[in-house]
Design a binder for this molecule. Structure first.
Ligand code: IYR
Length: 231
């Protein structure tokens, strides 16, 4: 993938009216505000084709020098899920047992999480997202990557959105540390585990923490610098 600069005309240009643009922006907000992080999943299967399409969507994300420094290891195998659960719960027992420190553990009280992670076995798919610290070309040479956390974060956002669009629930799970994922999944040492995404259908009696329903108002998350009226 070594190209000289070679611009091509912009495909897929959109020409929405200002009204249509506003309607679409508001409609998207109404849709995405219905996404909730779920921790209780059913074992209802999800077709691999759904996961594949969502991954293709994630793979369209912008990235540093378009190096696409990500890898998505997708697991529906029950034995592998069990191994991941056991390793994750072992880390989490230490984390909740004190390693996290008081402030962090206090902050998590409202989320209601603990070291017990049955969803790692119940949910039909786990997607272990890896950030490629450096690439390796066809000749085995190292290739530098840029803005890995930013790039992989954006791709993960695309993936969560795509899965929500497909009617699926997700949980961004981050056992800490999660180096064990390289071992269990046989991923090379140039890949750093980034997030373990749990994917499936929410259980009938699934709940979410009330604290998670409160989103900051616009005035708290945004500021505008615009010309004064009449200027
Ligand atoms: N990794 C732990 C702890 C945890 C940390 C944060 I920050 C959360 O928002 C939620 C959980 C766990 O998954 O339980």
């Amino acid at each position: 993938m070594n190209f000289d600069y070679d611009p091509v005309p912009l495909p897929h240009r959109q020409a929405l009216s200002a009204e249509e643009s506003l309607r679409r922006a508001q409609e998207y907000y109404a849709f995405i505000r219905q996404r909730h992080t779920v921790r209780d999943f059913t074992d209802q299967p999800v077709n691999r084709a759904v996961i594949e399409a969502a991954l293709l969507a994630a793979g369209t994300a912008p990235s540093g020098a378009n190096h696409q420094p990500w890898h998505f290891a997708c697991i529906s195998d029950q034995a592998v899920k069990k191994a991941i659960r056991e390793a994750a719960e072992q880390e989490e027992r230490e984390f909740y047992g004190g390693k996290a420190g008081n402030e962090w553990l206090n902050d998590l009280k409202k989320i209601g999480t603990n070291a017990h992670k049955p969803f790692l076995e119940t949910a039909p798919w786990l997607i272990a997202i890896f950030a490629e610290r450096y690439g390796i070309d066809e000749d085995g040479n190292r290739r530098k990557n840029y803005y890995m956390p930013e790039s992989v974060g954006i791709a993960t956002g695309f993936l969560i959105n795509a899965l929500h669009h497909a009617g699926l629930a997700t949980l961004t799970h981050t056992p800490n540390p999660m180096k064990f994922l390289n071992g269990i999944l046989g991923r090379p040492s140039n890949e750093r585990p980034y997030i373990l995404l749990v994917v499936g259908h929410p259980a009938k009696d699934a709940t979410l923490p009330r604290a998670a329903t409160v989103k900051k108002p616009l005035a708290q998350i945004a500021s505008f610098l615009e010309p004064a009226p009449g200027q």
